[in-house]
Design a protein around this ligand. Structure first.
Ligand code: DSN
Length: 431
C-alpha cells in the first residue's frame, strides 16, 4: 500500500506541490531544490529511529546505522568548512542559534546583532523572538549611503555597551559578511564573535565567500539554502577550546571543552530526539557538496545573481548596497511606486515566487514592506544561466510596471510556464 491508495487527499496535495515547484520560478533566496538522493534519505526509514545522545553514546539501542550516518554528516561537514567541530543535530537555524547563544551567554547578557529590517534575522534579537526576550540585544545597522554594515556605528555601540557577543550575518545581506572587521571589534571589547552563515553557507564551503572559521568563536548555519541539503541547522567551531567559564553541562556535569557544552545544550538542553532521517540526508547533501560539480554550481549561483543585479540596475531599479556578492539581491521598490506586498502578490499570480522584504530605513510595516528579496539558488539548480536571468528580470519588470493589468499578467504567466518547461524539475516524481 502506498500513499495513493491509503490517503488520496494527501497524495493529490503532494502532486499539486510537485507541479507548483516544477511550473513556477522559485526566487525565494532561502529556498532550493534537493536532489532525489537527498529526498530519498529524508523520506526514508531513519525517520523511525529514536537516538537521543550522540554517536556511540545514545540513550537507545539499535543505533549502529544512524551512528554511521551521523558520523558521516559530521565528518563531511568538517571537511567542507575546515572546521574542527560540528553538531549536525539542530532541527533548524533557529535551534542552532538558540543553542549557540545559550552556550556562550547568560540570561540578560548584552549582545549586538544586525537589525532585522537591515538584513539581520529574527534570532538576532527581535523582541518577538526568544533571543530578544532572553538577552539584552543592541542592534547595529547598515549605512544609508552604502547599504553595508556601518562599522563606525558598530565600533561606537561596542565601546558603549561592551557586549559579551556580537553576531554577524543575516538573512537579507547581499554582500560578503565582514568577519575580519568584526574580529577587530570583538578583540578590543573582549567579546565573542558568532557568525550566522545560513544564507551563504554553500558559497563559504566552496571558497566563493570569505570563511568565518579563522575569525569566529562559533558559527551557525542552515543546511537547505545555498548548501542544497534538507531543512535543518548545524553548529561549527574552527577550533574547539577549553570551557572558559567553568560552566556545567546538563547531565554531564563540569566539562572541559566548549564543544561538550554545545553538544549538551543542543541535547538535552533544547532538543530531544534528533531527526535521524534528516541528519542522514544532511550527510548525503554534504557528500554532494564535496564533489567538483558543486563548485561549478555555486559559481553559477553567484554569476546568476550578479547578472540579475546588472539587469535590474539597467532597468532603473534601486538595489540595496548597489548590487550583490552572493546569491541574493534586495530591491528597494520605493521609487517604483509599488509595495513589496503588492509586488509579491502580482508576481505570485504569474508563477514567480519571491518574498516581500523590509529594506533598510523602511517606512512600511513588515506586513507591507518597501522591498522584495530575490535569490538564485533554486533556479540555478534547475540549470538556468545568465540568459534566463535576463529573461526573468524582464518578466519581473513587466509585472512590477503593470501589476493590475490582467492581460499582461496572463501573457507573462504563459512565458513563465514556457521557461519552466525547458528546465524540468522532479517530473519523475509525479504519478
Ligand atoms: N526564513 C529564512 C529566510 O527566508 O531567510 C530565515 O529564517
Amino acid at each position: 500500500m502506498n500513499l495513493k491508495d491509503t490517503d488520496g487527499e494527501l497524495f493529490e496535495i503532494l502532486n499539486r506541490e510537485i507541479r507548483r515547484e516544477d511550473e513556477t520560478l522559485e526566487l525565494i533566496a532561502s529556498e532550493n531544490f534537493v536532489s532525489n538522493s537527498v529526498l530519498e534519505m529524508a523520506g526514508g526509514v531513519m525517520t523511525n529511529k529514536y537516538a537521543e545522545g550522540y554517536p556511540g553514546k545514545r540513550y537507545y539501542g539499535g543505533c549502529q546505522f544512524v551512528d554511521e550516518a551521523e558520523n558521516l554528516a559530521r565528518d563531511r561537514a568538517k571537511q567542507l568548512f575546515n572546521a574542527e567541530y560540528t553538531n549536525v543535530q539542530p532541527h533548524s537555524g533557529s535551534q542552532a542559534n538558540m543553542a549557540a547563544l545559550m552556550t556562550f551567554l547568560e540570561n540578560g547578557d548584552t549582545v549586538m546583532g544586525l537589525d532585522l529590517a537591515h538584513g539581520g534575522h529574527l534570532t538576532h534579537g527581535s523582541p518577538v523572538n526568544f533571543s530578544g526576550q532572553l538577552f539584552n540585544f543592541v542592534s547595529y545597522h547598515v549605512h544609508p549611503d552604502t547599504g553595508r554594515v556601518d562599522f563606525d556605528e558598530v565600533w561606537n555601540l561596542a565601546r558603549k555597551y561592551k557586549p559579551k557577543m556580537i553576531i554577524c550575518g543575516g538573512s537579507a545581506y547581499p554582500r560578503f559578511i565582514e568577519f575580519e572587521q568584526f574580529r577587530e571589534v570583538v578583540d578590543e571589547v573582549d567579546a565573542f564573535l558568532m557568525a550566522d552563515i545560513a544564507h551563504p553557507a554553500g558559497l563559504v564551503a566552496m571558497g566563493l565567500h570569505p570563511s568565518p572559521i579563522p575569525y569566529c568563536d562559533v558559527i551557525t548555519t542552515t543546511t537547505h539554502k545555498t548548501l542544497r541539503g534538507p531543512r535543518g541547522g548545524m553548529i561549527m567551531m574552527g577550533e574547539d577550546r577549553e570551557n572558559p567559564w567553568g560552566k556545567v553541562a546538563p547531565k554531564s556535569g563540569r566539562v572541559k571543552m566548549i564543544s561538550e557544552l554545545i553538544d549538551s545544550m543542543v541535547m538535552p538542553g533544547i532538543q530531544g530526539g534528533p531527526l535521524m532521517h534528516i541528519i542522514a540526508a544532511k550527510a548525503v547533501a554534504f557528500g554532494e557538496a564535496l564533489k567538483p560539480e558543486f563548485l561549478e554550481y555555486s559559481r553559477q549561483i553567484v554569476d546568476n545573481a550578479k547578472s540579475m543585479a546588472e539587469e535590474f540596475l539597467s532597468r532603473g531599479y534601486h538595489l540595496v548596497s548597489g548590487g550583490t556578492d552572493t546569491h541574493l539581491v534586495l530591491i528597494d521598490l520605493t521609487e517604483k511606486g509599488i509595495t513589496g506586498k503588492k509586488a509579491e502578490n502580482a508576481l505570485e499570480k504569474v508563477g514567480i515566487t519571491v518574498n516581500k522584504n523590509m529594506v533598510p530605513f523602511d517606512q512600511k510595516s513588515p506586513f507591507v514592506t518597501s522591498g522584495i528579496r530575490i535569490g538564485t539558488p533554486a533556479v540555478t539548480t534547475r540549470g538556468m544561466k545568465e540568459d534566463e536571468m535576463k529573461t526573468i528580470v524582464a518578466l519581473i519588470d513587466k509585472v512590477i510596471s503593470s501589476p493590475d493589468s490582467e492581460d499582461l499578467l496572463s501573457t507573462v504567466m504563459s512565458e513563465v510556464l514556457d521557461l519552466c518547461r525547458d528546465f524540468p524539475l522532479y517530473r519523475d516524481l509525479i504519478s
